[in-house]
Each structure stands twice: as C-alpha cells, then as structure tokens.
Design a protein around this ligand. Structure first.
Ligand SMILES: Cc1cc2nc3c(=O)[nH]c(=O)nc-3n(C[C@H](O)[C@H](O)[C@H](O)COP(=O)(O)OP(=O)(O)OC[C@H]3O[C@@H](n4cnc5c(N)ncnc54)[C@H](O)[C@@H]3O)c2cc1C
Length: 423
C-alpha cells in the first residue's frame, strides 16, 4: 500500500513515524514544499498539559504525553522534556467551577493562602488569591522530537519529496501533482493523508472534502531577560483572569481616541502566559497571549500576515506584568534583544482536532491542531496511522474524527462550552 502524506510539520512527521515504525509501512511518501518542521511547527511554544475542560481532550493528550515519555526514555531525553506542570493563577476567591472543570483524571494541587502562594510561586503578583498547579505538564523541544521521528521514518524506508502539491487526481488510486524544483512530478498513492496544517482546507478541497476549519494568527514574544525578572525554574504560568491593561490616564485617553487602538483600553481576554526558555542557565523568556480572534487566509510568509500586530510586544509585556510584576521595568524600557513571531492556530469552532477518514475513499486528515499540535502530535500521528491501517482505535477516536460533526448533540454540547481550552 502506497501512502502519500501532504505536510511535514509535526503532525505529518508523527503520522509517518507511526506508519513506518509501528505498522512497518515502507511505501510512505512525506511531501512538503518547505523544510520539515519549518512552518507552524517552528512557531510552537512547545508546552504540554493534560488540563482540558473535556475528558476526551484529556484522554487524547494523556496518550500523547505517554508516547512522548516513552520516546524520551528511548532517546535519553533527546528532546528535553520537562515536568514542572502548568501554574494557573487567578485573583478570584471562589474557584470551585475551575476545580470541577479539571475533572478527576487531572492531577492538580490547589494553593489558596497567600503564604503558600508566595512560598511556592514567588514571582506571582500579590493580588493572586488562588493557584491551581496542574501536575502533568511541562515543555519539550518539538524540533528535536520531530527531527528524531523523521530520522527513524527514513531509516524504516520512508521517502521524502520536496515540492508543492498543486493538484490531486482520483482515478486508479490517487495521482498527486507535485511542483518540485526540477519540474513537475507525479506521486501515485492508494492512500492520501492531509497533514497540511493551515492549508488543510485547501488540500481537502483538491479531494472534494470541505473541512470545517479556520486559521487564526497568534503571536509570541521571546526576549533576553537581562534583568533576570523571571526565575529560571518557573513553571509555565498562565493568568486566568480577564484584565484591563495598565495605562496612564493620558495614554488611555490617547488610545481611546484612535479607532484602531481603542480596544486596548477595554477588557482584554484571559490567558497571558510566560515561561523561561533554554533551561536554568539560559536567559531568554517567552510570552504569549492568544487574544486575536479574527480568522485570516494563511500567508506563505508568516511575517506578512495582516493580523500581525506591531504593538504586540508592548501589549503582551503589559499583560504579563500584571501576573509577574518583575516584568514591569520592561514596559518603559523594552528588552534590547527580542523576537516577535507568530503562526496560525488552524482550528474548528469547538477547538477539537480532525483526525480520521476525510470523506473520499482512502483519504484521511490529521489537522486542526490549533494551539495544541506539538503536545498532541504523537497521539494524533498514532491515531491517524491506526485509522489508515485499520487497527485498534482508542475510545476517543470517533470524537476526534471529522464524523463527529454529524452528531448534533455532541456538537451542541461542545459549541456551548464556556471554555474550549484555548490558550
Ligand atoms: C504561536 C504559536 C504557539 C504555539 N504553542 C504551542 C504549544 O505551546 N504547545 C503545542 O502543543 N502547540 C502549540 N502550537 C500549535 C502547534 O504549533 C501546531 O498545532 C502544530 O505545529 C501544527 O502542526 P502541523 O504539522 O499540523 O502544521 P505545520 O507545521 O504548519 O505543517 C504543515 C506543513 O504542510 C505543508 N504544506 C501545506 N500545503 C502544502 C502543499 N500544497 N504541498 C506541500 N506541502 C504543503 C507546509 O509547508 C507545512 O510544512 C502553537 C502554535 C502557534 C502558532
């Protein structure tokens, strides 16, 4: 059986890995017009967690973390998987709903007194009244993990094709037209797997499938923390509260007058997050805030995206300083060395992935991985490979497949959920 995978991001690579290593398929073509892992997968914060508002996503990410942990053991932790967990901080006194939301299968510890919060999370702002520490979480190097899986895939006989899939014809099997540097090439395959990240809808259309996804651009700021504001052993920390940014009266008045900036004076969404990058001896810090909600068409060059907000570095610094006051000096004197970057969250409205049969015979999708594609890649690839090879599927397989969209009861439940686990 010949299999063509379109896309060599973390999803396509993980699928190729499980097809080649677990299912011993040797005729697998991994096609990409870019270098492997160089598009969305290169923008990831590489954080992982099993904290989700729905048990399906918890089971899915738990499986992925299990798979990553076994690869970490196999490789001597080549991809630097850590286990500091996630720190969820709030100024709310009553967090009963948040604790209930985490469900029984998520190991958490709650810190509710000022003394315990200060002792365990000294960098957090004094107004934080409750902290939920989600134990099963941390970070890892997605690039190293992807590279390792890619090498193993190649050793198992997998083939890579560098070129853009411009059309797919269905006759006796599938013929994929691939625009390569040295001209057009046709790749023949019985099975096509769509792992095209933000272009998953486009590839779906080539096969006659209409995938219900949108792309929303989200940004990050990485900077050299010369002031040593963030403790090097701080866990990934998230502000669970909506907030208004701290402007002087004069700044606020100026912003309010400008139609493009007035929104910055209003209530901003929750979810500002921060963690040190590069280990205990490093000096860099990453900040993120997925506040953009406007979908856009994916740009080939991620820096050309119109939703890219030149004010983001200042906005995210102001947001993060509300949780971590030691960042406040950077508001007046921004870091001298920083990188402002971003990529698309390719997502369904319910923020669950699409993994499984795509519609047309022998076509599959592994996509819509939103802001959780690095952490879930192993389970996503393993699941997609199991669908292709008709082997045992986990209980959540039907929930994560495109077919769930035909279940009105499930969809109504998911669409009406107050939290969709978006960070
Ligand atoms: C700012 C940001 C922060 C994030 N942080 C985290 C995080 O902390 N933890 C986490 O788990 N996830 C995170 N994510 C999400 C994660 O990065 C993505 O879910 C994941 O990388 C998606 O992988 P992918 O393989 O589906 O897509 P991609 O990496 O985009 O790969 C798709 C590939 O398909 C190729 N392709 C598309 N069309 C064609 C074509 N016609 N022909 C040939 N090739 C084609 C592209 O070139 C590309 O290489 C973050 C995402 C962003 C944007």
């Amino acid at each position: 059986m010949e299999v063509a995978i379109v896309g060599a991001g973390i999803a396509g690579i993980a699928t190729a890995y499980y097809l080649g290593i677990e299912h011993r398929k040797s005729s697998v073509f991994l096609i990409d017009c870019r270098a492997p892992m160089s598009y969305t997968s290169a923008q990831s914060g590489d954080n992982f967690r099993n904290w989700w508002p729905h048990p399906t996503m918890t089971a899915f990410t738990n499986d992925s973390i299990d798979l990553m942990q076994s690869l970490a053991i196999e490789t001597g932790n080549l991809f630097n998987m850590t286990d500091r967990g996630y720190v969820l901080a709030t100024r709310r006194a009553d967090i009963g709903d948040l604790v209930a939301q985490t469900g029984a299968s998520i190991d958490i510890e709650v810190f509710s007194t000022r003394e315990r919060i200060r002792k365990n999370f000294p960098a957090l702002s004094n107004d934080i009244r409750n902290v939920i520490h989600v134990k099963r979480g941390g970070d890892f190097s997605g690039q190293q993990l992807g590279q390792y899986m890619l090498e193993r895939f190649r050793e198992a006989g997998g083939k890579q094709v560098r070129g853009e899939v411009t059309g797919i014809r269905n006759g006796d099997g599938y013929s994929l037209e691939v625009d390569c540097e040295d001209g057009k090439r046709i790749v023949q395959a019985e099975v096509v797997i769509n792992a095209a990240g933000p272009f998953v809808k486009h590839i779906g259309e080539m096969l006659g499938a209409d995938l219900p996804v949108k792309n929303v651009y989200q940004q990050k700021l990485a900077f050299d923390d010369k002031l040593g504001a963030i403790p090097r052993d701080m866990a990934f920390s998230i502000d669970l509260d909506e907030k208004r940014l701290s402007w002087t009266d004069e700044e606020r008045a100026l912003l309010a007058e400008d139609a493009d900036c007035a929104w910055l004076t209003g209530t901003m969404p929750a979810g500002t997050h921060c963690r040190p990058e590069g280990g205990e001896r490093g000096t860099w810090v990453k900040l993120g805030w997925a506040y953009n909600q406007r979908p856009s068409e994916p740009e080939r060059d991620l820096l050309n995206e119109t939703s890219r907000d030149p004010q983001f570095p200042e906005i995210v610094m102001r947001g993060a300083a509300a949780l971590l006051p030691s960042l406040t000096p950077y508001i007046q004197t921004p870091p001298s060395r920083f990188v402002h970057y971003g990529g698309y969250y390719t997502m369904t409205t319910e923020n669950w992935p699409l993994i499984g049969p795509m519609g047309p015979a022998n076509t599959y999708v592994v996509g819509a991985l939103s802001g959780f594609g690095s952490m879930s890649a192993c389970a996503a690839g393993n699941l997609c490979a199991a669908w292709v090879c008709d082997s045992d599927l986990p209980e959540y397989a039907a929930h994560l497949s495109p077919a769930r969209r035909r279940d009105p009861q499930l969809m109504a439940e998911l669409e009406s959920a107050t939290s969709k686990g978006l960070l």
